[in-house]
Design a protein. Structure first.
Length: 360
């Protein structure tokens, strides 16, 4: 059975002005055509559905009609009465459709997530017809293969095309990306964290640093704690607000002794303006300021917390929930960072617990 897409590509190589497209199971012609009578003067991108099935015979018929149309256009003899049996669609540009899609999508997504994941890719689209051919070239030009940005582009543009009812298949362009595993050497030890915290005592950063280390918080989540006094309760549980990156969640301290060690019941917020800033902006401001005062990346505290949770025996499903991400991301990101010594510690703890269970 012939590959219809290859037949269409071969047919298009014989055309100069128009293009044959497959839309679902039918074929169409697309190109710059004179406006229909009553719609003003000039030309615009339009599509002519041919009501022909997308098969080998259909491609032959479509090619013949396209050549006839190109001849009329070249000789300036275009006559819409020749196409009265066809339904003609004006083709909106990718920019126009992207704006409509953004208006549709924005209310259902958190502002920071919409801005970071959707807005930038949508604003990058050119003033050209929204087609798979255009999107493929645009995606390949924007980002390298195997990157998160490339995968995100594929996700956003596929959603846009579904909204615009433009059939595309871009999955192959998004392949190859996996979350980068954390390297153990990049993470501060518990002893190092305590030493660094000592160096921050008396500053507006000691509480934030201690909270990020003890609860594995993202930098911006310092401002998303619903009730910081939860630190002083029996379990030390705190809650992160709904408008954080991954929604509301509860988190428990690991290790619990750091609540007292870092004096976390004494809330001292960083001297940073947070009104009017979204999560991404807050996170960047927090990280850039804190990075000047500590010898590691602020996010390393969150990574270290994840490794600590495994060593302390917290199941992946629970740790992932406390951190606000999926189990698959948790495993892909952190399992490789557990050192040989930490594996032995986990093994010793599991076997100790098993022995105690048998003695009961």
């Amino acid at each position: 059975m012939p590959d219809v897409d290859k037949l269409i590509k071969a047919a298009n190589s014989k055309l100069d002005i128009l293009r044959i497209e497959r839309r679902g199971q039918k074929l169409s012609l697309r190109g710059t055509l004179p406006k229909k009578p009553g719609k003003g003067r000039g030309n615009e991108q339009q599509r002519i559905p041919l009501k022909i099935y997308a098969n080998a015979d259909g491609v032959k018929v479509a090619l013949a009609r396209a050549k006839r149309a190109e001849s009329d256009l070249s000789l300036q003899q275009w006559d819409w009465s020749h196409w009265t049996g066809e339904e003609v669609d004006s083709i909106q540009s990718a920019q126009v459709l992207a704006k409509k899609f953004a208006e549709y999508k924005k209310p259902s997504i958190k502002a920071s997530s919409f801005r970071a994941n959707y807005l930038y890719p949508l604003e990058s689209l050119p003033n050209k017809p929204l087609t798979e051919e255009m999107l493929r070239a645009h995606i390949q030009q924007r980002n390298e293969p195997g990157t998160w940005a490339r995968k995100n582009d594929v996700m956003v543009f596929t959603a846009l095309c579904k909204f615009a009812k433009v059939p595309v298949d871009l999955k192959d362009l998004g392949k190859g990306y996996t979350a980068k595993p954390v390297k153990p050497d990049d993470l501060p030890t518990d002893e190092k964290i305590e030493t660094i915290w000592e160096s921050l005592k008396g500053t507006t950063w000691e509480w934030a640093y201690g909270m990020m280390a003890t609860y594995g918080l993202r930098p911006h989540e310092i401002f998303a704690i619903i009730d910081p006094v939860g630190v002083a309760t029996k379990t030390g549980k705190i809650s992160i607000a709904e408008d954080s990156k991954t929604g509301q969640r509860d988190v428990w301290p690991l290790p619990d002794r750091w609540r007292e060690r870092f004096n976390l019941a004494n809330v001292i917020m960083p001297n940073i303006r947070y009104e009017g800033r979204d999560n991404q902006q807050l996170g960047q401001r927090m990280s850039s300021n804190l990075r000047k005062k500590i010898p590691h990346k602020p996010y390393a505290l969150r990574h270290a917390w994840a490794i600590r949770s495994a060593v302390m025996g917290v199941p992946d499903s629970i740790a992932a929930r406390w951190m606000g991400h999926s189990i698959s991301i948790h495993a892909a990101t952190y399992h490789a960072a557990i050192s040989q010594r930490q594996h032995e510690t986990i093994w010793e703890k599991v076997n100790k617990d098993d022995s105690q269970e048998e003695e009961k």
